[in-house]
Design a protein around this ligand. Structure first.
Ligand code: APR
Length: 312
């Protein structure tokens, strides 16, 4: 990564993209370019956020555009462009429309930010991340999907509520796809180093796991128009921070598997270390037959969707 101020492109200036840009700015991570097909929308949000710089003490510039030339030299590109869910929809219902958008965006990134690390947020997440990697042709370690940070954060929140403890002390682990097949792992989830299996009953843990898996849907239902964006946008910013500052956070993220967990040629959420070059290491946890079965089911579900719906 070149010395000096870093450059971050956020594609899609909607709810998730704008939230992500706002968190990146507050964290003073670099110059931010917001790109949207609606130029005025991107410019307006960028100007609004820029006017907040004095109040919240941001460093760096925030600009809006609809031109890919303006993302040239970006170190990280966060992709949030695409349709969100409406009540009654699964994330997979978005596949056709969002795949077209990802194709267009991927071509722009390939042409103008060929050395960037790409963080995909567009749903259905694991499928869109796979598609993005194919469109850009970037090495798989430079195309990562944001799901695990968000799903883990949701699980952490429900645990903190149940235990009446600080959110910060909860260290959760959620694997698998970002959808109904996600795999919360209570055995690998701790609070202050103590496994939650020692702090909560089986019934409590089961209820928390179920609420985590349906966490996005619960919000879609409440909002009635659109889907969650504060936590998803912030989660993407946390991943971008790990790349930009080479933090080497060990977090779950959607990565291309090449035989790990008995799965090949599919993106799915697994624990990994994220640094300046993207995914630097991927971990294969010891799982029970039940846990591994759930993860493989999740992977197989997406493999079928990749073939049937995207023609891979
Ligand atoms: N290029 C650039 N921007 C695009 C394109 C495109 N081809 N197509 C759509 N957009 C922009 C829209 O103009 C809109 O501003 O993407 C933005 C999406 O914003 P919202 O509709 O507010 O959706 P949001 O809630 O941000 O969700 C975006 O993230 O979490 C996922 O499921 C969610 O797929 C959805 C994505």
């Amino acid at each position: 990564m070149a010395a000096g101020r870093r450059k971050i492109a956020v594609i899609g200036a909607g709810n998730v993209g704008a939230t992500c840009a706002f968190v990146l700015a507050q964290k003073k991570l670099g110059d931010i370019v917001l790109l949207d097909i609606y130029e005025g929308f991107a410019k307006g949000k960028a100007l609004d956020m820029s006017q907040n710089a004095n109040v919240l003490n941001y460093d760096g510039s925030i600009t809006g555009t609809s031109s890919y030339e303006d993302i040239a030299g970006a170190d990280v590109v966060v992709v949030t462009s695409g349709f969100p869910r409406q009540p009654g929809m699964t994330r997979e219902d978005l596949i056709g429309k969002n795949a077209e958008i990802v194709t267009q965006v991927g071509e722009g990134i390939k042409a103008h930010a060929p050395d960037s690390v790409v963080i995909v947020v567009t749903n259905p997440l694991d499928l869109m991340t796979y598609h993005m990697q194919k469109v850009t042709g970037f090495p798989a370690e430079r195309v990562i999907g944001q799901a695990g940070v968000l799903d883990s954060a949701r699980m952490a929140h429900f645990i903190a509520l149940e235990l009446g403890c600080a959110e910060e002390d909860v260290s959760p682990m959620v694997l698998g796809g970002h959808g109904d097949t996600m795999v919360p792992l209570p055995r690998y989830t701790t609070v202050g180093g103590i496994p939650i299996t020692q702090l909560l009953s089986d019934e409590q843990i089961e209820a928390i796991s179920a609420r985590t898996a349906g966490g996005g849907g619960e919000i879609v239902k409440l909002l009635e128009r659109g889907s969650a964006f504060y936590a998803p946008g912030s989660a993407a910013a946390i991943m971008a921070e790990s790349v930009l500052n080479d933090r080497k956070r060990l977090i779950p993220a959607s990565c291309l598997l090449t035989g790990q967990y008995g799965l090949d040629d599919v993106y799915i959420g697994v624990p990994c270390i994220i640094g300046s070059s993207g995914v630097e290491r991927l971990f294969e946890l010891e799982l029970t037959d039940g846990e591994l079965g759930s993860l493989q089911e999740s992977g197989e579900f997406y493999k079928t969707q990749l073939t049937d719906l995207l023609g891979y």
